[in-house]
Design a binder for this molecule. Sequence first.
Ligand code: RNT
Ligand code: ZN
Length: 415
Amino acid sequence: MDGYGIAKEKYKKIGIDTENALKLLGCTPVSIHCWQLDDCGGFETSDAALSGGGILSTGCYPGKARNLKEMMDDLEKVLSLIPGKKKVNIHAIYGDFQGKKVGRAEIGPEHFESWVKWAKKNEVGLDFNPSLFSHPLAESGYTLANQAKEIRDFWIEHVKRSREISNHIGEELGNTCINNIWIPDGSKDNTVTRLEHRQILKDALDEIFEKDYPEDNMMDAVESKLFGIGLESYTVGSNEFYFNYAVQKGKLITLDTGHFHPAELVSDKISAALPFVKGILLHLSRGVRWDSDHVTTLSEEIVAIMQEIVRAGALDRVHIGTDYFDGSINRVGALALGARTIMKALLFALLEPTATLRSYEISENFFARLALLEDLKVAPAGAVWEKFCIDQGVPGDFKWAQDVLDYERDVLNKR
Ligand code: RNT
Ligand code: ZN
């Protein structure tokens, strides 16, 4: 019997059907963020600062994607290394601007036709984000929450257009495109006009969302943050602000694992959010001391997040995605590694005998619950993962990294 056969039998004994787990894993999409591939630079021809707004990619590893073609090439490599269903998550700054200077308040669906074509060819869905950073009109620290109406209106127009683009993308692909709004607005030091900014942000969002689009085409998500670099003392779009907004307006809430106090757990927020919100969008990364922009690895928390989704039976209401930027290692490898890890964590969660664990819990046999949870940690999930990779036609563990290194030698090092 091969490794998978043995694993299948072992899981069967504890009431788990591995075939079923593989089927579910195969139809759950993971949305892969494109901005890991170029350190969040984008393809605008403006002279805007490359980062700013409280986000920062560190490291200068060679080979980053310098244009749309290189980014699409890199993404194709990444996609070939991730088993299962995929989406690609893009930002407004990654439009096909053809060397022209296109303002953020001038973008339209035409600038994203190349992406639609590419997505169709590669059989992936797309998600979208307006870009409210790396721009002269974001330098004051306030975009949608800016007290100056001209600046605010500029950004409102940008986000409205992003929603229109998302609607177009979703319609073209026949796959809902999530438009996620994150703004950097906040302040380095103690701020006294807090209610004013938050009221302004609420009104700006209300205006942005005036137009309804069919959910089959696009859905809106709002993303909170605790702090950013240079924005340590105050963030307008805090957790409470967006949670309330999402609940009141029927929007998705985005939970980014790097946007909370280090001891706060996103895994525990899932069941707290689900009774109230339309759904959740996850931005997964690995927290290392501060804003977690490190590549996702198989941590206890990533597994716990997946377990919470599966235990809640909420795979259709929680949209899983990556969001980190590390410019200090091979970027293609970094992106593939994070996404593979998330799929592994999801598989691990799908291989859990939840009904048995619940029965122990109900009968207050907490020792049996703990013992089973602990034994599961070294159950042969790896062999099931290997089978998934083979079935999906992607290289398995101990092989895929060599593909990345070959690509580095043949493509990235020649840039
Ligand atoms: C920033 C947010 C946001 C960005 C992207 C580029 O802290 O996490 O999601 O990473 O929109
Ligand atoms: Zn994020």
